[in-house]
Write a protein that binds this ligand. Structure first.
Ligand code: FAD
Length: 317
């Protein structure tokens, strides 16, 4: 079922989660272990992230360092199929531009279509860790917008090689990312909003936001989107603060602010367990306010750790 159909059929705010594929070589059991405790809250869909290759340096004979490209968290398509098979819940694979040719993207989308996956979340992806800026594959896409256009073409039975005849259309529901606090590369909020509108005008059916800890930023973002003529559902993304290190890593990696009250309360904590309690309480209050405002769905970034999400969900749903 499409995400938009879930949202239309809903009588109240839905619950959904995002999970990460396990590190290469780890069992899929770790995925089940992180989803099992959340099934009682009936997630409408489960997003599975996609991770591009990274460079690592391997020491070779004679002291030489060899630069090797590895994908540390493969398996998104297989995990989606496994989730749908085991839980009978819709899986939403993330598809990224970075590191993929258009041809490879088309093949992945054909696999997903054959597997009965109805939804995709289309993203540009970030720069490779060792590189200062995002570089598209020479035969790939530079922006998520181009990915939206490719999937929309497939939904209209237009594949990459026009000489194929009698092509069957796909029927994907398309999600894209939105940034209440602006994407870090955008020169200003208006430019970012225009880039988001271009994705929606090209066919995106729903938006999932970057994490935010201050609801007023989400509400203001939704208002700006509506004023700009972006009328698709905007699903808020929630991350629960679970450790002291995250006071530094979350703003650095995701380019978001931590509200002063939350920051100070977490700073005072002596252990990660105490920080987690602060984070859970913050997320409960945040979620309750969002539900009261009738947001379509609360989408939790579990990052492979579901206990905190379970605690919040049990207070909210
Ligand atoms: P885009 O929409 O392409 O925008 C990128 C930047 O370019 C923005 O600054 C935008 O304003 C600007 N821009 C867009 N179009 C144009 C244009 N035509 N001309 C000039 N500028 C333009 N990353 C992963 O690697 N894997 C994942 O699974 C993943 N999941 C995510 C899920 C969510 C909900 C979110 C919010 C992010 C996720 N990311 C993921 C991170 C994402 O890939 C990065 O934030 C990335 O830097 C931007 O992706 P985007 O799709 O928003 O890019």
């Amino acid at each position: 079922m499409k995400v938009t159909e879930h949202l239309r059929a809903a009588k109240s705010t839905l619950f959904s989660i995002e999970i990460l594929p396990p590190l290469k070589g780890k069992s899929i059991q770790s995925i089940y272990d992180s989803i099992d405790p959340l099934m009682e809250f009936k997630p409408s869909f489960v997003d599975v992230t996609y991770h591009r290759e990274e460079y690592v340096y391997k020491k070779r004979e004679g002291g030489y360092l060899e630069k090797v490209s590895i994908r540390k968290r493969p398996g998104t398509v297989g995990i989606c199929a496994a989730i749908m098979n085991r839980y009978h819940v819709d899986a939403v694979p993330h598809i990224i531009c970075g590191g993929f040719t258009k041809e490879e993207t088309e093949s992945a989308l054909i696999d997903l279509h054959f597997l009965g996956v109805d939804n995709v979340l289309l993203l540009r992806g970030d720069a490779i860790k060792a590189e200062p800026a995002f570089v598209p594959d020479p035969a790939g896409h530079a922006y998520a917008l181009d990915l939206v256009k490719q999937v929309m073409d497939m939904n209209r039975a237009k594949y990459l090689h026009e000489d194929v005849i009698d092509m069957a259309p796909t029927n994907f529901c398309l999600g894209v990312a939105g940034y209440p606090e602006k994407h870090f590369e955008a020169p200003n909020p208006l430019a970012d909003l225009r880039a988001l509108k271009a994705k929606v005008d090209a066919g995106a059916d729903f938006i999932v936001t970057q994490m935010f800890f201050d609801n007023s930023k989400y509400f203001a973002f939704v208002e700006r989107c509506r004023e700009a003529g972006i009328n698709v559902p905007i699903i808020p993304g929630i991350k629960i603060l679970t450790g002291k290190k995250q006071l530094v890593t979350l703003p650095k990696i995701f380019h978001i602010d931590l509200p002063q009250d939350l920051y100070e309360a977490a700073e005072k904590c002596k252990t990660d367990a105490e920080v987690r309690e602060v984070g859970i309480e913050w997320a409960i209050q945040q979620s309750k306010e969002l539900v009261k405002a009738n947001v379509p769905c609360l989408h939790f970034y579990t990052m492979g750790v579901s206990e905190a999400t379970r605690r919040v969900a049990s207070e909210v749903f």
